[in-house]
Ligand binder design. Structure first.
Ligand code: KIV
Length: 280
């Protein structure tokens, strides 16, 4: 059954944890949807883990929309959220609305936008009024890495936790349906979660958040350029792929692949004709 924003919010009010993962392609979306995941985020982390860019700021709206449409075809039940990439929502509300609309047309049920300044709060209101559900994102916001000054934990003291909470409350008031909290100390994330009605989805923010999200390629060990402390690896795709490729190379070079079961055969009489055929 399709998960809606109301159903996701109900999980928090019932004290049930919300599960979220990223996905960027049709089969992965289909498999994690079958596994019962609540939310699939087509994250701009695709920039790093799928397309090999060195920063999330480098992925384009067209690339993100293409990945979202593949995920949309794969996932039938999970709530699908498209991550609006760098500068596709910060120039003007009009442009942001058009770009958010592209995600919805591609199959997303909502969009995620990073930040909690006055502009982002106003935009969250506009998008929500236009019928586009917004997932907010505070704490470490990767698209602001250059102004933050690095991959840094956010909310390390009372004052900054209160700042995050204040911004989150404003985003909630204007209609955000949930919020990602990234790289926030666990006690701060717990305090923020308890003081919001909308669900918090943590990543590197301890286990008191209302839900958790991880990048699928970290979960299945399919990205090794860097590995954040909070990324739990459940599977070693990297070595499984390397070992499968090595075995394949061995089988092809030794003549062991393909075998008869993996080949098509002619009927005996056609083979005889070939054997008797003499070229001029
Ligand atoms: O892009 C992404 O994958 C994200 C998650 C880490 C929340 O924003």
């Amino acid at each position: 059954m399709k998960k809606t924003i109301k159903k996701i919010q109900k999980l928090k009010s019932e004290g049930k944890k919300i599960t979220a993962l990223t996905a960027y392609d049709y089969p992965t979306a289909k498999f994690i949807d079958n596994a019962g995941i609540d939310i699939i985020l087509v994250g701009d982390s695709a920039a790093n883990v799928v397309l090999g860019y060195d920063s999330t700021t480098k992925i384009s709206i067209d690339e993100m929309v293409m990945l979202t449409s593949a995920v949309g075809r794969g996932a039938k039940n999970a709530l699908i959220v498209g991550d609006m990439p760098f500068l596709t929502y910060n120039i003007s509300y009009e442009e942001a609305l058009k770009n958010a609309g592209k995600f919805i047309s591609a199959g997303a049920d909502g969009v995620k936008i990073e930040g909690g300044n006055d502009y982002t709060i106003g935009l969250t209101k506009r998008l929500t009024q236009a019928g586009i559900p917004v997932m907010a994102h505070l704490g470490f916001t990767p698209q602001y890495i250059n102004t933050i000054g690095g991959n840094l934990i956010q909310g390390k003291d009372f004052e900054t936790i209160i700042k995050i909470l204040d911004a989150a409350k404003k985003l909630e008031e204007v209609g955000a349906f949930s919020i990602v909290l990234e790289m926030v100390p666990k006690e701060g994330a717990e305090f923020i979660s308890k003081n919001l009605t909308m669900p918090t989805i943590g990543i590197g923010a301890g286990n008191a958040c209302d839900g958790q999200i991880l990048v699928i390629n970290d979960l299945i060990g399919k990205f090794d350029d860097f590995s954040p402390k909070f990324a739990r690896k459940y599977f070693d795709s990297k070595n499984m792929i390397i070992n499968a490729a090595k075995k394949y190379i061995e089988d092809v070079t030794s003549g062991n692949f393909p075998n008869d079961d993996e080949s098509f055969s002619l009927k005996d009489e056609e083979i005889v004709k070939l054997e008797n055929y003499k070229q001029n």
